[in-house]
Write a protein that binds this ligand. Structure first.
Ligand code: G6P
Length: 358
């Protein structure tokens, strides 16, 4: 068992440490000579006028994070829906809609039924799946495999970064077909594995220290704006899943409409704020509102602010790629809290790796 875990105490930590390699495998499998290779009908991609993305749990948050990049790059609407909701909605597809199902396991019942619903409307379907030959992979018209390798820990980590990378590659593929300049984006995507490789141990050590300080806290708030908002949701989900601590993820600007009532000296707030204006300043000003209610701030950013009680310096990237680096400390924080609390990190209570029933 210890050997399988590569010297790590838990699969979860091992899997976070493998994110650089998982990303590299996923990205490089699709790039040749600065072009993106995908075995998908190019005419279909060129005329796409709407994208509907459906998934559950962490896969859903990967979809939600990618929406910001898709819409910026392609200027087409991207709807991201929770599968258990989507399957009972009246879906609205356009003439040239594409449907994307995201699933690590490829077996999630709600995601599978959403895919079947889309197919019944005659929409072309693509799945982003990690497990080869899984049900969702077999049912969809096209499959894009993430090459994360087996993910054992119930809480999903390396699959998330690979799903996000695949969604970015897919957006770039469409952009390339439309004649949009993609080289700078491609270069940045390709630079990520080495950044994650270099930064993992430093982040792990720093985050563990911070986790020790906060291990007895009962409630956490996670705030972000733009694509850091879905990351806030994913950070809060990770913490709930394995530490059993209550956590709320919120868009930072929405704080004043309710959740700020929760803030006091016992409720710390994770603030995810990439150095990108105006979002950075706006987010810091929301953090100030927390501070004014005696809330402690854990700041995750490539730019320091003296508002922070604790600061995790993440590597500098451009805004759209910040999600790939910010997710790592969020996963590590949940991991270390759960480990300090003595929880069964890889097999958290009440949860299953894949939910194959409705
Ligand atoms: C379960 C797992 C989560 C996962 C979700 C979706 O709830 O515990 O980690 O994100 O299912 O799974 P999928 O395999 O469809 O990505």
């Amino acid at each position: 068992q210890t050997a399988q875990k590569g010297g790590f105490k838990h699969f979860m930590l091992k899997e976070i440490s493998e994110e650089d390699e998982a990303l590299a495998n996923t990205i490089y499998a699709h790039i040749f000579n600065d072009k993106i290779n995908m075995d998908i009908d190019e005419e279909l991609l060129k005329k796409t006028d709407k994208i509907t993305i459906v998934a559950c749990g962490t896969s859903y948050y990967a979809g939600l994070t990618s929406k910001y990049f898709f819409e910026e790059l392609l200027s087409i609407p991207v709807n991201v829906e929770i599968a258990s909701e989507f399957r009972y909605l009246k879906p609205i597809f356009t003439q040239n809609s594409i449907f994307i199902a995201i699933s690590q396991s490829g077996e999630t019942a709600d995601t599978k039924e959403s895919l079947n619903l889309a197919k019944s409307f005659g929409v072309k379907t693509i799945s982003i799946v990690n497990v080869q030959e899984s049900t969702i992979a077999r049912l969809s018209d096209y499959v894009l495999y993430t090459l994360a390798g087996p993910e054992i820990s119930v809480a999903s980590t390396k699959a998330f970064v690979c799903q996000l990378a695949m969604l970015y590659l897919f957006a770039l593929k469409i952009a390339q077909l439309k004649g949009i300049e993609i080289k700078p984006y491609l270069n940045e995507l390709m630079s990520l594995p080495s950044i994650l490789k270099t930064e993992f141990s430093r982040l792990n050590t720093e985050v563990e220290k911070i986790a020790k300080k906060y291990a007895n806290v009962k409630n956490f708030m996670y705030l972000g704006r733009g694509l850091s908002y879905p990351l806030a949701l994913e950070g809060a989900l990770k913490l709930k899943e394995i530490s059993y601590i209550h956590a709320e993820g919120y868009p930072a600007g929405e704080l004043k409409h309710g959740p700020i009532a929760l803030i006091d000296e016992n409720t710390p707030t994770f603030v995810i704020a990439p150095n990108f204006e105006p979002l950075y300043s706006k987010t810091i000003s929301n953090a100030n509102e927390v501070k004014a209610r005696n809330g402690k701030i854990i700041l995750l950013s490539d730019k320091f602010s003296n508002i922070a009680d604790d600061f995790v310096q993440v590597p500098n990237t451009s805004y759209f790629f910040s999600a790939f680096v910010n997710i790592v400390p969020l996963q590590l924080f949940a991991y270390h809290i759960a480990n300090i609390l003595g929880n069964d990190v890889d097999q958290p209570r009440n949860l299953a790796k894949s939910v194959t029933v409705e």
